[in-house]
Design a protein around this ligand. Structure first.
Ligand code: ATR
Length: 305
């Protein structure tokens, strides 16, 4: 059985399901996608619920997302997850979408329904559930620093914090103009936007401001490989701070290692992967409880980055 499928495999069911125990009804599409842990997680939940379906990975080129989604719809797929770099293009292909997906300009979950291709975004609520599980509370009333706030993930996490009622947002991004654009969008789209400060990582006041924050969130891509430094220096952390690294790899990220050594309570991105996945599964199969089977599958997976 293939580890990674491509758009040509979506030509017909015979080709797609050759030698498989279950028909492919769900997938993650992205590029690259070989490293994705979504298949292990979702297949465990499908099997636990006795659903006759297989979850596969499909490598799709940019600009082919619309074609891929239409082929999946025509082949009778239930839905799919969408990962980097296709989340914006997927939204453009949808016939309908959740308000939060439109606010974020990105879709990570597609459902093929009688009414067409429906897009939703479980990244933002998945982050909030992961935060709640890790720290026993929501970001409501907290001062939150988001490193990498101008990137795709950062924009989602900043919006999630704003929607959850964070009292203050410190948006840090190497390209400051991108963080400014996020701040502007949150001001215009959020009901009562938090007080928001945009900073460059080089700003001399960054470390003092970061130490004053209740929680630090890393949404940069730094930390994917073991030799990459954390997105913030040691002086940005203080004992007791909550640290949420949206990155995960096989082993602790550099940010989790550093911040834990400084007395912070820290988690990596696997918890968010788990919760966004469970919420996506429930969009496809309402009334199911996939969280614990997905958690076990993720815990027993050695690899992933
Ligand atoms: P996107 O999510 O928009 O596709 P990305 O290239 O994956 O972007 O990068 C995600 C985030 O990591 C961005 O905030 C990016 O900062 P810029 O917007 O300034 O590019 C940040 N990032 C990537 N590499 C970085 C590095 N070496 N140092 C600091 N931030 C970095």
């Amino acid at each position: 059985m293939k580890e990674v499928f491509d758009i040509d495999d979506l030509a017909d069911r015979v080709r797609l399901d050759l030698g498989a125990a279950h028909p492919a009804r769900l997938a993650v599409i992205g590029r690259p996608v070989a490293h994705s842990l979504s298949p292990q997680m979702h297949q465990a939940a499908l099997d636990a619920h006795g659903i006759d379906a297989r979850y596969i990975r499909i490598d799709i080129a940019p600009a082919a997302v619309g074609e891929a989604l239409r082929r999946m719809r025509d082949l009778g797929f239930t839905g799919c997850n969408v990962t980097v770099p296709h989340k914006i293009e997927a939204l453009e292909t949808c016939d309908s979408s959740e308000p939060v997906a439109r606010l974020l300009g990105a879709v990570n979950t597609i459902a093929f329904t009688n009414d067409g291709i429906h897009g939703s975004n479980t990244d933002a609520p998945g982050f909030l559930k992961a935060f709640e599980e890790a720290f026993g509370r929501s970001p409501a009333g907290l001062a939150m620093l988001i490193a990498g706030a101008g990137g795709g993930a950062g924009r989602t996490l900043a919006a999630a914090c704003a929607m959850a009622g964070a009292s203050q947002l410190v948006l840090v991004n190497r390209t400051v103009s991108k963080a400014n654009a996020v701040a502007e969008q949150l001001r215009s789209a959020t009901h009562s936007p938090p007080e928001t400060l945009v900073l460059s990582p080089d700003d001399p006041s960054l470390c003092a401001i970061a130490r004053d924050c209740d929680a630090i969130v890393n949404a940069t891509s730094l930390g994917l490989s073991a030799d990459e430094p954390p997105s913030l220096p040691a002086a940005a952390f203080r004992t007791g701070q909550m640290v949420f690294d949206a990155v995960y790899r096989n082993g602790p990220t550099s940010l989790v290692r550093l911040s834990e050594s400084l007395g912070c309570k820290s988690v990596d991105g696997r918890l968010m992967l788990l919760h966004q996945g469970a919420l996506a599964f429930q969009r496809w199969f309402p009334g199911t409880e996939p969280l614990e089977s997905m958690r076990r599958a993720l815990q027993s997976t050695a690899g992933g980055s």
